[in-house]
Write a protein that binds this ligand. Structure first.
Ligand code: ASP
Length: 443
């Protein structure tokens, strides 16, 4: 039987009722042998996340200020969950120990917040392991960072896969590991997703299930497009394009360990366990039907600088000179559409803020252009889908829809991989453009 690794986010474990849902999900499929919990998240929109409270405790401890009030919120939360679940494990000694160590780490010269922050996952995992009757494996013993503070993939893979091979069913807390000096170190915020991916890789899992509070990715931003359809299958490459353009749910960087190993990720909804969610798979996945798209995403606040010069195509080194101006000014560019006698760079407004005039002066000096045009306030809309490659008529449909919606297209960039077409439109046309494209391909 294959192994499934199931990671649960903070809202999936915010209180005992949520933890019961998690229990039901785990018990429904014996392949779900390894579980990675987050810390308890918000129960309502104005609630506090346990991780945030733990950071506060550390900040007080670092200033030698008592943090009993904040701590009470944390300990009450765990005691309540444990009591509601009627588990036998007494959480009090664990809570006392953690509180003492947070105070000690705060008082230590050079002490970090990582120990405190990591305890949200640690304590929650003790509860989940007890409830399920699964073994508890402390992430500090199996997940490692190197001397530079970077995740040590090789050492972790070895230690963790050896450890998991000895276990039939286990809970591994998300978000942290151990640094080269033996201290607890966390990933960046939201890092339990990474732990889940690391455990999936080490367990040679058939799938990494990432359980959250939405039924996967949607084809478009629901604040712009009404009731967008969920995405059934998306490839890693498409996800990267969509995530870059602003679609969130799961950080594409968070899943690199399973991407390397070719393990699919399934984003699922703890509150709607029957929904299939979104599958994130390798780049070769078949498509539902030719001509279909996977999703639409977009971002605002770009500036496009276009340099025009007759016979540019015959001038050796023109592109290099143009880009070197950006480079010496420390500005990264996002896209670079070009024509025979024009070359444009698309930069984020915040990257060029306060430096536009200097850049333009230097471009004039370096490239001796016939003209330079600056288009501020641009928005980019990316239509993404592996189903677009080599399908005639996709671009016609896209531009037809934009024209019908009276959207003026000011820039076009088709990635050479043919999995996306990006159009630049005025910021005021952004929402309109997204809706027009969605309707052209989905309705
Ligand atoms: N609890 C941590 C955070 O709030 C990690 C996670 O939930 O993934 O960032």
């Amino acid at each position: 039987m294959g192994v499934k690794v199931a990671k649960f986010g903070g809202t999936s474990l915010a209180d005992a009722a949520q933890v019961r849902k998690v229990e039901a999900i785990i018990r429904a499929d014996p392949a779900r042998r390894f579980v990675v919990p987050s810390a308890p998240g918000k129960r309502t929109s104005d609630d506090r996340k346990i991780t945030d409270l733990l950071y506060l405790c550390h900040a007080s401890a670092a200033q030698q200020v008592p943090f009993d009030e904040t701590w009470k919120l944390i300990s009450d939360r765990y005691l309540q969950i444990a009591a509601d679940l009627k588990i036998k494990l007494d959480m009090r000694p664990h809570l006392d120990e953690v509180k003492k160590k947070i105070a000690a780490e705060g008082a230590r010269a050079g002490g970090t917040a990582d120990y405190a922050a990591s305890r949200g996952e640690y304590l929650n995992s003790l509860i989940v392991a007890e409830l399920l009757g699964y073994e508890f494996i402390d992430a500090a013993e199996v997940i490692f960072f190197d001397a530079r503070g970077l995740f040590d993939a090789e050492r972790t893979q070895q230690a963790l896969s050896a450890r998991l091979a000895k276990s039939t069913r286990a809970v591994v807390p998300g978000f942290y590991g151990t640094d080269h000096a033996g201290r607890v170190k966390t990933f960046s915020r939201g890092g339990s997703d990474i732990t889940g991916a690391i455990v999936a890789r080490a367990a040679f899992a058939e799938v990494y299930e990432n359980w959250t509070d939405v039924s996967g990715l949607l084809m478009a931003d629901p604040r712009i497009v009404k009731n967008p359809r969920p995405i059934d299958v998306v490839t890693y490459r498409e996800l990267r394009e969509l995530a870059y353009m602003g679609a969130t749910v799961l950080h594409d960087e968070a899943i690199f360990p399973v991407r390397i190993a070719g393990i699919p990720v399934n984003i699922r909804n703890t509150n709607r366990p029957d929904d299939k969610g979104t599958m994130i798979v390798a780049n070769t996945a078949p498509i539902a039907h030719t001509g279909s798209i996977t999703g639409i995403a977009g971002r605002k606040d770009f500036t496009v600088i276009t340099v025009e010069k007759a016979l540019m195509n015959q001038e050796v080194g023109f592109g290099r000179r143009m880009l070197s101006v950006l480079e010496v000014n420390g500005i990264s560019f996002e896209h670079m559409p070009s024509g025979i006698d024009t070359m444009s760079v698309v930069v984020a407004d915040k990257a060029i803020e306060g430096r536009l005039d200097k850049v333009l002066d230097e471009l004039r000096a370096e490239c001796k252009p016939d003209a330079i045009d600056v288009e501020p306030h641009m928005a980019l809309v990316a239509t993404v889908g592996r189903g677009m490659a080599s399908t005639p008529g996709m671009a016609a449909r896209l531009f037809g829809a934009l024209a019908a919606a009276q959207v003026n297209v000011r820039m076009i960039d088709q990635g050479s991989s043919e999995i996306n077409i990006i159009v630049g439109v005025g910021t005021k046309d952004f929402e309109n453009a997204m809706r027009a494209v969605y309707e052209a391909f989905v309705k």
